[in-house]
Design a protein around this ligand. Structure first.
Ligand SMILES: O=P(O)(O)OC[C@H]1O[C@H](O[C@H]2O[C@H](CO)[C@@H](O)[C@H](O)[C@H]2O)[C@H](O)[C@@H](O)[C@@H]1O
Length: 386
């Protein structure tokens, strides 16, 4: 079984993004991952069709929950974090540079849900979106085409976000729906590249529920085109038993594959479709397939978001922002520590947009002179100092 997503995360080089200077203008980062752990992770799900050892699964579950890079031991942890931040600076501290790059371009926002718009909680059914975050997302969507891209079932994420006029890409992008008004054909979007797998996924959901019901804390979630098996609340001593049950079901379905998220095993169709492909699909639907006039911004916290970060790097267009408090191997260019910082970033984007017309000219009320003053964005800081 190939598992592009799992391997890809480890292959990250600190490459530049055409539009955004800070990360690429710095020296290439020393990899944080020790070679042996790297090999272990690369190999982790490769052989399960032939019967991989369950302890390889369990090692992987441990090593990537959450997906953080273990210390090399050569640097104290605080130095490691500082080194990482140099290569993935805070999107808040780099805000002025980020919006400067968007001059003359249409920003399109892509937002992951869990861990990005809502804090990680033990019960997936309780991962509600805070009211203030909803307001921030609603405001962003007023100014920029905005998509929620999630591993969850689309209906479920909509029940949390509750905002119309957004695009929703559920089941890791395998279920895309959007409003018609922003689409180039004005017909709206509905795209489900894995629809033939629906009966199979349903079957697997039921089988996994049955097989894991005796493991305390295990939770199986039906995400329509994929299934999540949560182990956040499972005692570590039972992880091997859980992995064994998942493997026994998966062995019966060669057209399905296993990937991993934050304390969750995910079973999905083997089709070549992921959050990165969903991002490309949505850009195309919006009429920006081959355009230089677009700046896609993708914010996410999970390994599955790396597919989208990588697409942006490969396109040399826009940038990814990783939500993480700890250093991780990533294709994102910037970082934010937690959902509250995501909210702050979205708010600043809206404030900036309100003050700026599409030519990058900023109209501001200047209370001191009691007039509308027209200035360029770069002059804002200068005015503040004056
Ligand atoms: O793509 P995402 O929006 O990040 O969705 C990925 C998975 O998120 C959910 O699980 C995660 O969040 C839960 C709630 O905070 C947490 O309990 C769990 O441990 C995390 O893995 C969701 O339940 C999954 O179905 C998604 O695939």
């Amino acid at each position: 079984m190939t598992n592009q997503q799992n391997v890809m995360v480890l292959d990250v080089k600190s490459r530049g993004v055409r539009n955004v200077l800070p990360p690429s203008s710095l020296p290439v980062a020393k990899p944080f991952l020790p070679q042996d752990l790297k090999m272990l992770l690369v190999k982790r799900f490769e052989t399960e069709k032939g019967g991989a050892k369950i302890n390889v699964w369990v090692d992987s579950m441990r090593a990537s929950s959450p997906t953080r890079v273990k210390s090399t031991g050569s640097l104290p942890e605080t130095d490691e974090k500082s080194a990482w931040i140099v290569h993935h600076p805070s999107a808040l501290s780099m805000f002025e540079q980020i919006v400067a790059v968007s001059k003359g371009k249409q920003i399109v926002m892509f937002l992951d849900y869990d861990g990005t718009l809502s804090p990680i909680v033990e019960d997936p059914d309780q991962a509600f979106m805070p009211t203030e975050m909803r307001a921030a997302v609603r405001d962003v969507a007023r100014y920029f085409p905005t998509a929620i891209v999630t591993g969850r079932c689309r209906d479920k994420v909509y029940s949390f976000v509750k905002l119309a006029d957004l695009y929703y890409a559920g089941s890791h992008g395998m279920d895309i729906k959007g409003p018609s008004k922003r689409c180039k054909n004005k017909k709206g979007v509905l795209f489900q590249p894995a629809s033939e797998f629906l009966p199979m996924i349903d079957e697997v959901y039921k089988a996994l529920g049955e097989k894991t019901k005796s493991i305390p804390g295990a939770k199986v979630e039906n995400n329509k085109f994929c299934v999540s098996v949560h182990f956040r609340c499972v005692d570590e001593n039972s992880w091997a038993a859980l992995a064994e049950q998942v493997r026994s079901v998966l062995n019966e379905y060669p057209k399905l594959k296993l990937t991993q998220g934050r304390k969750v095993l995910e079973i999905r169709p083997t089709i070549k479709w992921d959050k990165g492909r969903a991002l490309e699909f949505l850009l195309e639907a919006l009429g920006y397939a081959n355009s230089n006039d677009v700046l896609p911004v993708y914010i996410g916290d999970d390994r599955t978001d790396e597919d989208a970060f990588k697409v942006l790097r490969d396109r040399g267009q826009g940038f990814g922002i990783l939500v993480s408090k700890v250093p991780k191997e990533t294709n994102a260019s910037y970082s934010l520590q937690e959902p509250s910082e995501v909210k702050e970033f979205l708010r600043r984007l809206v404030d900036w947009k309100k003050k700026t017309n599409k030519n990058g000219i900023c109209f501001m009320m200047q209370p001191r002179v009691d007039a509308v003053t027209c200035i360029w964005p770069g002059q804002l800081e200068l005015l503040d100092k004056i």
